[in-house]
Design a protein around this ligand. Structure first.
Ligand SMILES: [Ca+2]
Ligand SMILES: [Ca+2]
Ligand SMILES: [Ca+2]
Length: 318
């Protein structure tokens, strides 16, 4: 008697939950409202690199699954997963068993510590199974975003209800290729994530960048501008140079590195020589000359410890 009562209550609850879930997507999907644990901290996404491609290989994207975007514009799953900001675009309400394969043209090498990050919108806790092309996607690593790290938040537009926005915290969970059986130093190119349950709202499966790299903010004449380097030799000497002419190769005097070829058109000018911090980061801020408003500037960094050169960043000075 007691058992049949419980079963009928469950049946009633199931009937109730279907229309509620449909109305409240994306905030509620599958497991319903779950009180979110305190996040383990906040972290910048500046070291996360979005994949170069993303393909749905199992599942069907039908409403209430739908895109999430900070602007009220339709996006594809491919765009949502490969968007370089990581946080601007995602997809809501992946159902159990949906699988996305992402690729990184330059590969993901199993380096020291974590190599990849699963990024999920916290309307609810996403759980994923990760696999790689190293073993034909045989080994699967469960990655649960419960207790992940907060990396952003926003009011997202949502495909089935484009007129209104839904707030979400964005959380990442980092993991190590070693836990997928990939040997240290080995490189994989394709990684799959499979949604477990129906709380998955993936924003990206991103690579943790360990390359010496340069990032450049907006530059406005007469105002302070900032250019930053990451993954430098800790406490090591760095330099940054610039050109107002273009990004053709030029050989310059790299000090202790001797003659080096940079991707800056002559004349190449020195911006700064300085030391990175103990974490291998460096940031340079200065007032941007009003004399170069309307000009394009190209900037590149040199890590004197390794003689590595960074990417070139360019922007038009406003
Ligand atoms: Ca994204
Ligand atoms: Ca690793
Ligand atoms: Ca989620």
């Amino acid at each position: 008697m007691k058992q049949s009562l419980s079963l009928s209550m469950l049946a009633a609850a199931a009937l109730l939950s279907a229309p509620l879930a449909a109305q409240q997507n994306p905030p509620v999907s599958g497991k319903g409202h779950v009180p979110l644990n305190p996040f383990t901290g906040t972290q910048s996404v500046s070291d996360l690199v979005a994949p170069d491609s993303a393909t749905l290989i199992a599942g069907t994207l039908t409403s209430p699954t739908g895109w999430l975007n900070l602007s009220n514009t339709s996006i594809t799953l491919e765009e949502a997963m490969t968007d370089p900001t990581i946080l601007t675009m995602g997809y809501a309400n992946f159902q159990d068993g949906y699988i996305v394969e992402v690729t990184f043209a330059s590969g993901v090498t199993n380096g020291p510590g974590d190599d990849l990050s699963m990024v999920d919108a916290q309307y609810d806790f996403g759980e994923y199974l990760i696999s790689t092309d190293f073993d034909g996607f045989a080994a699967q690593l469960p990655v649960n975003t419960t207790g992940g790290t907060l990396i952003g938040s926003g009011d997202y537009y949502f495909e089935p209800n484009v007129g209104s926005t839904f707030f979400a915290n964005i959380v990442e969970r980092r993991f190590d290729l070693t836990d997928l059986g990939v040997p240290a130093g080995a490189t994989v190119n394709s990684i799959r994530f499979e949604a477990e349950g129906s709380a998955a709202d993936p924003m990206a499966l991103a690579k943790i960048n360990r390359d010496f790299s340069l990032s450049l903010g907006t530059l406005v004449g007469g105002q302070t501008g900032t250019v930053s380097l990451s993954n430098c030799t800790p406490n090591g000497l760095i330099s940054m140079s610039y050109s107002l002419r273009g990004s053709n190769q030029t050989v310059i005097n790299g000090g202790p590195c001797g003659s080096i070829t940079v991707d800056l058109s002559a004349p190449v000018r020195l911006l700064v020589n300085d030391f990175a911090d103990a974490s291998g980061n460096y940031s340079f801020s200065a007032t941007v000359s009003s004399a170069i408003v309307g000009r394009t500037i190209w900037i590149q960094g040199l890590d004197v410890g390794t003689c590595a050169i960074s990417n070139v960043a360019s922007t038009v000075v406003l």
